[in-house]
Design a protein around this ligand. Structure first.
Ligand SMILES: C[S@@+](CC[C@H](N)C(=O)[O-])C[C@H]1O[C@@H](n2cnc3c(N)ncnc32)[C@H](O)[C@@H]1O
Length: 420
């Protein structure tokens, strides 16, 4: 058994053992874990504002490290498993003696700064890895957007790159740009969930490498499945694990299929959740929305006798411009309540005070879930890695950029063994 498979099994056991702590969402209501983790529950609710702010700082990578360190006093084995996950990533740069691609003048025109760093990091890792020891003549780039990665892969590897992209306007813009830069990139307007038309099949036949930079959920899963059927090498940077067509996650690997974890879309969302960095105005608006939603939930429970959270639809931000009473009346209609309500008798000040108190508890309790975020993301990445190992691939998982450039910074590099 290889190190990724061993780690997957360890993580799987850990996540399953502690599933109550990360699968239950504090915002929606009653948690069942406090009786079993009384010390943790009391300590997290008692967290002072300063400590809380350390877990919410803009440097989210650091915030996560501090949070895990804090939680580790209450959750046995958390610190060790988090350290071991980190060690799984081959260090950035890999074989540093390898060539380092520099973008030629004018080829980065229109390329946003962060995207540029992602593209450079992606190509650097690819070149540093043994995958490109042989000549790569043809690449299929999945979900290429305007082809930022594709064009630089083409320059760096001197390869023909075929882009699969279903947004026609991006294909047109990308192709136009390629003409100016005279690169060997060709766009194919194609939905990757549909069978490959004969012309694209012919054009992409025999590709040495399949790449994808930030293809969401099912898109990169499709890339991995199809490229592995062809026995091609891969360089895939996954993102948005929750953007899947099924209601529940379908594991790829045999080890994953054997897991006792059942992951809903809401569970999967945790893997990409972090305290979003935002300006003060946006933060204030978010705070108001969450508190008012909690307040309305309390009102619904009072008025209807419900003891579970009832779904609240999304709404235009202008609904937050009026009073809390206006908001509750609007939401009452939206949730199709049939019960009679006497708005005059409701003490909205008291309701708002209760909501603020509950909000303080929710943001603290939510930190327990967030401590499991990197574990869940690692589980998902390792499921992909284990699948590829089962298909006779050699796999590496370097990070291709820093967290602040993109938090989805793991690159799955897979080289098919015994292929040629
Ligand atoms: C997050 S963007 C990544 C774009 C590009 N790889 C990059 O990093 O700039 C995902 C891309 O997938 C494309 N896409 C979404 N669904 C698709 C599908 N079914 N088939 C092909 N492309 C798709 C979108 O149009 C979008 O350009």
């Amino acid at each position: 058994m290889q190190k990724y498979q061993e780690m997957f099994l360890r993580l799987d056991g850990f996540l399953h053992r502690h599933r109550m702590l990360w699968q239950q969402v504090p915002f929606y209501g009653e948690l069942t874990w406090p009786s079993q983790h009384a010390e943790l529950y009391q300590a997290i609710l008692a967290l002072d504002e300063h400590s809380l702010s350390l877990f919410e700082q803009d440097d989210t990578a650091n915030a996560e490290i501090l949070l895990i360190k804090w939680l580790a006093d209450f959750i046995d084995g958390l610190a060790e498993i988090a350290t071991d996950i980190d060690a799984l990533h081959d260090k950035k740069g890999g074989k540093t003696a390898g060539p380092s691609y520099q973008m030629a003048k004018f080829t980065d025109v229109g390329l946003p700064g962060r995207k540029k760093q992602q593209v450079l990091g992606f190509i650097h890792q690819l070149q540093a890895d043994s995958i490109v020891d042989g000549k790569i003549g043809k690449v299929v780039d999945w979900c290429s957007g305007k082809g930022y990665l594709a064009s630089h892969l083409s320059y760096a590897l001197d390869a023909q790159v075929h882009c699969l992209e279903y947004d026609k306007s991006l294909c047109d813009k990308g192709q136009e740009q390629q003409k100016k830069q005279a690169s060997k990139v060709c766009f194919h307007h194609h939905d990757v969930f549909q069978p490959l038309p004969e012309a694209i099949k012919l054009a992409t036949q025999g590709a040495d490498l399949h790449s994808a930079l930030h293809a969401c959920g099912d898109l990169h899963i499709e890339a991995i499945k199809q490229a592995s059927q062809l026995g091609a090498d891969m360089a895939i940077a996954p993102c948005c694990y929750h953007l899947i067509r099924d209601q529940h996650y379908q594991a790829l690997s045999l080890l994953g299929k054997d897991s006792r974890l059942h992951l809903s879309k809401s569970d999967l969302r945790l893997a990409v959740l972090q305290s979003a960095t935002a300006g003060q105005r946006v933060k204030d608006l978010r705070l108001k929305e969450t508190t008012w939603r909690i307040g309305f939930d309390l009102l619904l429970r009072q008025q209807t006798g419900a003891n579970t959270y009832q779904h609240q639809a999304s709404f235009a931000k202008k609904q937050l411009a009026g009073s809390f009473l206006d908001f509750c009346q609007f939401m009452w209609q939206q949730t199709n309540q049939t019960a009679a309500i006497d708005w005059q008798t409701i003490d909205f000040t008291d309701l708002q005070n209760q909501a603020q108190l509950k909000h303080q508890q929710v943001i603290r309790l939510e930190k327990v879930r967030l401590g499991f975020r990197p574990l869940l993301e690692a589980w998902l990445i390792l499921d992909r890695a284990c699948f590829l190992i089962e298909q006779d691939y050699q796999v590496k998982l370097p990070k291709f950029c820093d967290w602040d450039v993109s938090p989805r910074n793991t690159l799955i590099l897979a080289h098919k063994l015994n292929n040629k």
